[in-house]
Design a protein around this ligand. Structure first.
Ligand code: G16
Length: 552
């Protein structure tokens, strides 16, 4: 029973948003994510929790993004954004899961009571929450549930309407740094477009205008943002945007977008015909926080994924540091990857002796490790990522007096990069401008970029299993601990292939497990992936109806 005196409306409003019976929610890789029709109570409870988080942080503004990103249209999700635009602190994820699963109002209020006591929260402290949603139709109703949650705890809400996930993260950081030394920017979508485009203009000041860039917008909110950004960039960068239908929600992420292209490694149906030999294009995902590039090479589709983006950024930024006259002992690049990183990309950094870390999947894991480097580059192969400049590096860049035009230019470009690259979270639009600027500086086309290293052929397979929770991993998800002995059986297969490497892990955003496989040759990689997937189906008894024909 509650001992704390919560606002009187809390109980009444909680009753309006009952938890669906027999469903367990979990705060996964990117917050709560499932079929949108199940999420009403979760949104209400997340609203209450975000209000408490803001109170705990002495009234700093907390963000909430309602999105299911790359998932199909019927899904939706929600995640809490901490004051500097980073993902919610891990301890609070546990609170979020407990609150979302409280079976009734009494237990929900009982859990709140515990959180308030544990965290010594002053309920009289003012609290502020800024929220936004992507284009999914279920978002509208979910926003109403969220508003009830904010009212229930007495938090002041600010509605940013429909916007990309990275813009919401940007706004959160701007609000909380306003008036401080960092003063990240103007807290609005317009402020974001202006900040990015101003920095891009500096970066390409002496570069020729590149050919129009084809952008597959996944029929998601990125299409709307790109349209705005394009107005700020005209005529120095122009786009041919495709898959921009945000009205017909069934098209969202359907046969298009970054996840489709990365997983299938083929052209999205209406994109390939827009790209001539040697030309580049790129794809965003449903909420525009992932980016992959691709190009046509003698008729064939070639992918330039998050690993290739990170490699490009590492070379360019390292060059700028060397040209700037900054102390390269103190100011250097470190790279963070996940198990999905291609073996050749890992070798690329090892050969160059760059600091390198491997962490479990999820931006939240990569971001925190990247923050430990002077300049931390993190990218997941699926295209999530960014480059973080630490405060001492920014200080050094701004304080350094150049003694040559080369140094002056390098320092100017480093400043512009730090302004243009979203420091709060991976951001497809900001990353796209980074890639375009680097390609222009390095006089690289997609072929030169792709040849930084030769990727090992790889295959990503989504496997629907009856219960993904039985899959548990260790060593940054590279090895299975459970089901027992499955790893040994997988090893028996993997060892038969040259440079064979594979792992399987439960998804934190979809009801499936993901298998990754790579080896020296394409046909062997595919064969290995099919054998491993078959093994997994046999071991855990996947529903035959969901088993892709190639694994039967
Ligand atoms: C989210 C996370 C990413 C992660 C992806 C897939 O992306 O933010 O870090 O790589 O899910 O995760 P999983 O393999 O656990 O399903 P998004 O774009 O869906 O928000």
């Amino acid at each position: 029973m509650a001992q704390i005196s919560f606002p009187s409306q809390l109980k009444r409003l909680t009753e309006r948003h009952p938890k669906p019976a027999n469903y367990r929610f979990s705060y996964g890789t990117a917050g709560f994510r499932t079929n949108g029709s199940l999420l009403d109570s979760v949104l209400f409870r997340v609203g209450v929790l975000a209000g408490l988080r803001s109170k705990r942080l002495e009234g700093k503004t907390v963000g909430i993004m309602i999105t299911a990103s790359h998932n199909p249209e019927e899904d939706n999700g929600v995640k809490i954004v901490d004051p500097y635009g980073e993902m919610l602190e891990a301890d609070w994820e546990i609170y979020a899961t407990a609150l979302a699963n409280a079976p009734n109002t009494e237990m929900f209020i009982g859990f709140l009571d515990t959180i308030v006591c544990d965290q010594k929260i002053d309920l009289f402290q003012a609290s502020k929450v800024v929220y936004a949603r992507d284009t999914r139709p279920s978002g509208l109703l979910l926003v109403n549930a969220l508003r009830d949650g904010l009212d229930a705890i007495g938090a002041i809400g600010r509605d940013e309407g429909i916007c990309t996930t990275p813009i919401l993260h940007y706004i959160v950081r701007c609000i909380n740094t306003a008036g401080t030394r960092e003063n990240y920017g103007e807290a609005s979508a317009e402020g974001y477009y202006k900040k990015l485009s101003d920095a891009y203009r500096v970066l390409v000041e002496h570069q020729p205008t590149p050919p129009k860039l084809v952008v597959d917008c996944a029929n998601g909110v990125g299409a709307l943002a790109l349209q705005q950004l394009a107005q700020h960039l005209f005529p120095i960068l122009e786009f041919s945007s495709v898959n921009t239908d945000t009205e017909n929600s069934s098209l969202l992420n359907h046969d298009c977008g970054a996840d489709y292209v990365k997983t299938r490694q083929i052209w999205a149906p209406n994109v390939g015909n827009l790209i001539a030999d040697g030309e580049r294009g790129c794809a965003l995902d449903g909420d525009a926080d992932r980016l992959v590039y691709f190009y046509r090479d003698r008729g064939h589709f070639r992918l330039l994924d998050g690993d290739k983006i990170a490699a490009l950024a590492s070379i360019f930024i390292t060059q700028l540091i060397e040209q700037s006259g900054l102390d390269t002992e103190k100011i250097y690049v470190g790279v963070v990857q996940t198990a999905y990183a291609n073996g050749s990309s890992t070798k690329f950094y090892e050969t160059r002796k760059l600091a390198l870390e491997c962490v479990p999947t999820g931006v939240k894991h990569l971001h925190h490790v990247a923050e430990r480097f002077p300049i931390g580059i993190y990218f997941e192969a699926n295209g999530h990522g960014t480059v973080l400049f630490s405060q001492p590096v920014l200080d050094a860049i701004y304080e350094r007096e150049p003694i040559s035009p080369t140094q002056a230019a390098a320092l100017r470009y480093l400043k512009a990069l730090a302004n243009m690259i979203n420091q709060a979270v991976g951001d497809a639009l900001s990353d796209m401008l980074m890639v375009e600027a680097i390609l222009a500086h390095m006089k690289f086309g997609p072929v030169e970029w792709d040849s930084l290293y030769l990727e090992l052929p790889n295959r990503l397979v989504k496997i629907i299993v009856p219960d993904r929770s039985i899959f548990r991993t260790e060593d940054a998800e590279r090895r299975l601990v459970s089901p027992s002995e499955l790893q040994e059986r997988m090893d028996d297969i993997t060892f038969q292939y040259p440079q064979g490497r594979a792992f399987v892990r439960p998804s934190g955003t979809e009801d499936c497990v993901r298998l990754y496989a790579e080896s020296t040759h394409r046909y062997q990689t595919d064969e290995m992936a099919y054998r491993l997937a078959g093994l997994i189906y046999d071991e855990v008894g996947g529903d035959p109806a969901t088993r892709p024909p190639e694994f039967l």
